[in-house]
Design a protein around this ligand. Structure first.
Ligand SMILES: [Zn+2]
Length: 305
């Protein structure tokens, strides 16, 4: 993910077109941030999850096993991606489906790979990989925590948890080739059945200093989903972390889904100095921040039931 073009006029009057069930009864807290945090730790311990490397292979086996134990159905998409430099990357998307026959569905996604080069603006050494505690591991831990909730209390609507590969491999350009690879693959090979009502991408969601502003391309592409998510956060008492004003505009996986007609937004804390540096490590992230974002994710599921 990277900062995109600024200066686009953001929508100010947001029309809310999604049905809001149970507005009087705020969703119950079910997400366990402390229980989900070890999922984050385990990923960092694998080492950088760079496609084609041993930690990537081991992480794929771990994820596959956890998701099979939790989801009603697990779809696994495997393919080879040839980069602009001619390297072949073995990539895998996982789609953990809950209540797969339900017509009314929502989709949550996160990327599970990590970046091979620490080439962010604050980096002091771009030859090393990014540990990816927040960039990669946090979103996956969040989705795994949601999977735990849905296994204990199955949703009345359909929920798909999509773990995309190859988000962060190459260079970000206006015509991305070696980044956002898994989301682009998914957009072209979607799960069968009804398309999702909307999709939420979770990226960089465990910063100890959590502050999640509304993202520019989300406000342009799916403003009613942004409003739904920030309303849900406010109702749960998390309005101090989900700040209802725009800040950054980013090129991220949600754009590939938007191009395929899915109402997709990015929930991302881009005020993270360790982004794309070797300092993206365990000491920067917390279970308390995962708890906040996990509450919102589960709240979104419950309010549609
Ligand atoms: Zn990244």
């Amino acid at each position: 993910m990277r900062p995109g073009h600024r200066g686009r006029r953001l929508l100010t009057a947001l029309a809310l077109s999604l049905p809001l069930a149970c507005r009087d009864a705020p969703p119950v807290r079910q997400f366990d941030g402390a229980g989900a945090f070890p999922y984050l730790e385990t990923q960092v311990k694998f080492g950088p999850r760079i496609p084609g490397t041993e930690p990537h292979t081991r992480m794929a086996a771990w994820l596959d096993s956890l998701l099979r134990q939790r989801a009603d159905t697990l779809m696994v998409q495997r393919w080879n991606h040839v980069t602009t430099k001619g390297d072949t990357l073995p990539l895998i998307n996982f789609i953990a489906r809950f209540n797969p026959a339900a017509e009314k569905r929502i989709l949550f996604l996160a990327h599970w790979d990590s970046r091979p080069r620490a080439d962010g603006p604050n980096s002091t050494d771009s030859t090393v990989p990014v540990p990816g505690a927040n960039d990669g591991a946090s979103g996956v831990a969040l989705l795994l925590g949601v999977a735990d909730v849905l296994r204990r209390a199955p949703p009345k609507i359909g929920v798909d948890l999509l773990f995309v590969d190859g988000e962060d491999y190459g260079d970000f350009t206006d015509t991305p080739t070696d980044v956002l690879i898994g989301s682009r693959w998914y957009a072209a090979h979607q799960a069968p059945g009804s398309p999702p009502l909307y999709a939420v991408l979770f990226d960089l969601v465990a910063d100890k200093e959590l502050q999640i502003y509304q993202e520019g391309n989300s406000l342009v592409g799916a403003p009613e989903v942004v409003e739904l998510v920030w309303d849900t956060a406010k109702e749960l008492g998390h309005g101090g972390y989900f700040i209802a004003s725009p800040r950054h505009t980013l090129i991220d996986d949600h754009l590939e889904l938007q191009k395929a007609g899915i109402r997709a937004i990015d929930v991302v804390d881009f005020d993270y100095p360790a982004w794309h540096t070797r300092e993206d490590t365990m000491d920067k992230v917390s279970a308390a921040s995962l708890q906040v974002v996990g509450d919102v994710a589960v709240g979104l599921v419950r309010r549609e039931e």
